[in-house]
Design a protein around this ligand. Structure first.
Ligand code: ATP
Length: 239
């Protein structure tokens, strides 16, 4: 079954054309990494998929339902959650309260406080602490937990490791590894080595265009870095 289908989607900020005609079909359960240089359009794409930025042209389908015009809260209820860059937790609320908000806005299902803590055990001792006092790695784990407890079938993660220590990044990826097979994952990741080892499919954006779509096994590092810097289009990379 297809989890996400993008058909020639475009995103703009006024005259700036940030996402230029991206088409993509993601089978259920895929782990996709999205890479690209600063300003390539990765965050805009994630926000368009989540319904937080308007799709100027083209269409987005979620499990066969056209969601192009659905706002973010309706997409969340339809099973698509975004864990945004910068975490965006409520700093004055406790971790438990942040998670409760995630649950209230989601669609209900197997992910509860207990199962989220099973998947992210580092959250357990933090439950009654204000989110604002946590380290970057802890905040990221809570942000992932808040997305999970909404019971998404598709989870978008924007720059999950940005600004974290290597140990915190390792912790975050160990947590994400536990989600493999349970949902479709789309991860924006700047660290190419990490993206190639974690994802089973990789796309690279450059100036709003999808320059590359393939599997880590079938792409060379040279092809990926060329696409990353927009040096030339790679032909023949399989999806
Ligand atoms: P980064 O890795 O730096 O976050 P990105 O690949 O996520 O980059 P986007 O943040 O999606 O890229 O930006 C794509 C383009 O849209 C860039 O040219 C950026 O300057 C522009 N842009 C992003 N947000 C806005 C905004 N709120 N208003 C105007 N232009 C924006």
């Amino acid at each position: 079954m297809t989890a996400l289908e993008l058909h020639d989607i475009h995103g703009r900020y006024g005259l700036l054309h940030a996402v230029k005609g991206i088409s993509l079909t993601l089978p259920t359960g895929t782990v996709l990494a999205v890479i690209g240089a600063n300003g390539a359009g990765k965050t805009t794409l994630m926000r368009m998929l989540a319904g937080l930025h308007p799709t100027a042209a083209g269409s987005v389908s979620l499990f066969g339902q056209d969601v192009t015009l659905l706002p973010a809260h309706a997409r969340l209820r339809a099973g698509l959650a975004l864990c945004p860059e910068g975490r965006r937790l409520f700093a004055d609320l406790t971790v438990r309260e942040n998670l409760q908000i995630g649950a209230e806005n989601g669609c209900g299902g197997d992910w509860t406080l207990a199962t989220v803590i099973d998947a992210l055990p580092q959250i357990a001792p933090l439950l009654d602490r204000p989110a604002g006092g946590l380290s970057g790695g802890q905040r990221q784990a809570v942000a992932i937990g808040r997305s999970l407890i909404a019971n998404p079938r598709v989870l978008l993660l924007d720059e999950v490791s940005l600004g974290l220590s290597p140990a915190a990044v390792e912790g975050v990826y160990q947590s994400l590894e536990r989600l493999r097979g349970h949902m479709t994952l789309v991860i924006v990741e700047q660290d190419l080595t990490r993206a190639m080892s974690f994802a089973e499919r990789l796309i690279c954006l450059s100036e709003g265009v999808m320059e590359l779509d393939g599997t880590p096994q079938n792409l060379t590092r040279g092809q990926i870095t060329d696409a990353y810097f927009g040096i030339h289009k790679v032909e023949g990379a399989d999806a």
